[in-house]
Design a protein around this ligand. Structure first.
Ligand SMILES: Nc1ncnc2c1ncn2[C@@H]1O[C@H](COP(=O)(O)OP(=O)(O)O)[C@@H](O)[C@H]1O
Ligand SMILES: [Mg+2]
Length: 300
């Protein structure tokens, strides 16, 4: 498999927000290669640089932000510094943390058509793509709704649909479940679950939602203070986080439970999800309860 994203020794600082203050460092010496077809979760505390790294992939950093940039970012063999953010948007679709900034048309269908028209697609193709994208995010039947009147989860799914419709080979999702109520989160998780299964795009997802990262990603990259501090499978990275002390990083509840049980019972469990915990623990629980139901001598 080949690398679709190659980040080489990237350091970046935002321009100073106030005159007389220094630039704000956001990334320091980040080098990463991401394989085509991967589903990568970028995790780390608030301010770690997750959003900034996402914005490097489509050239918004430093193209539109300015600031001090060093190193090189290549997507699909193109150096981002040599292409405009508008050009890169064709290859790197981004769903921003705040879905509302991405939605500015008066109907759901216009919202999806907008990007496709910009790219010069035929009207018939655009119609097909709108249907397909709405189906992919479960918003069929909402074509004429006003995006501003949708729920948070629906808006987020619409923002995902506008990007999916353009079929970018790389899809960047910045905190797709942040700020949603449980229902909205569940709806967005369903869409992401489908992306993870179908693998039509390479997905980079910045998230504090550990359950989601554990469920869908095949690689987890931990950022802290602008540096990559861990990189591996969800099981490996969350296992190390559960065993260490990093209170600022969310980890799956089940990873924490496994760690506590291992410490107290001398086990080696590494489950991450409730289903995996069930698989590991059910035989023991069932055995214990059948023992307690049939006291010695009760006959069977
Ligand atoms: N537009 C900006 N101007 C100045 N500093 C910024 C800007 N955006 C982010 N930062 C700073 O860059 C660092 C990394 O932020 P960010 O990439 O948003 O982290 P994360 O997404 O992990 O929370 C933080 O110190 C943050 O305050
Ligand atoms: Mg962020």
């Amino acid at each position: 498999m080949s690398s679709i994203i190659r980040i080489t020794n990237v350091s970046f600082a935002y321009p100073s927000p106030l005159p007389g203050h220094g630039a704000v460092p956001a990334l320091q010496g980040v080098s990463l290669e991401i394989e085509s077809g991967a589903f990568v979760a970028l995790i780390g505390p608030v301010g770690a640089g997750k959003t900034t790294l996402c914005l490097c992939l489509n050239g918004i950093v430093p193209g539109m932000t300015g600031g001090e940039f060093a190193g090189e970012v290549e997507v699909m063999g193109m150096r981002t510094g040599e292409h405009s953010a508008a050009e890169l948007a064709r290859w790197v679709g981004m769903v921003f943390e705040d879905a509302e900034v991405q939605l500015f048309n008066s109907s759901v269908e216009d919202e999806i058509a907008f990007g496709l028209e910009e790219q010069g697609w035929e009207p018939l193709v655009i119609e097909e793509r709108i249907d397909w994208a709405l189906e992919a995010v479960g918003l069929q039947g909402m074509r004429r709704r006003n995006p501003r009147q949708l729920s948070g989860g629906e808006q987020k799914r619409l923002a995902i649909a506008t990007v999916l419709a353009m079929a970018p080979p790389i899809l960047v999702l910045d905190e797709p479940t942040a700020g949603l109520d449980p229902r909205g989160r569940q709806e967005v998780m369903q869409v992401i679950s489908r992306l993870a299964k179908e693998r039509t795009a390479t997905v980079i997802m910045a998230t504090q939602d550990a359950e989601m990262a554990a469920r869908f990603a095949d690689r987890v990259i931990l950022l802290d203070e602008g540096r990559v501090v861990d990189d591996g499978t969800p099981r490996a990275v969350y296992g190390r986080l559960a065993a260490g002390r990093r209170p600022a990083v969310h980890i799956p509840q089940m990873a924490r439970a496994a760690h506590v049980l291992n410490r107290r019972l001398g086990r080696q469990w590494d489950f991450l999800t409730p289903d995996e915990a069930f698989q590991a623990l059910a035989p023991i629980v069932l055995q214990a309860s059948s023992n307690s139901l049939s006291p010695p001598g009760a006959g069977s």
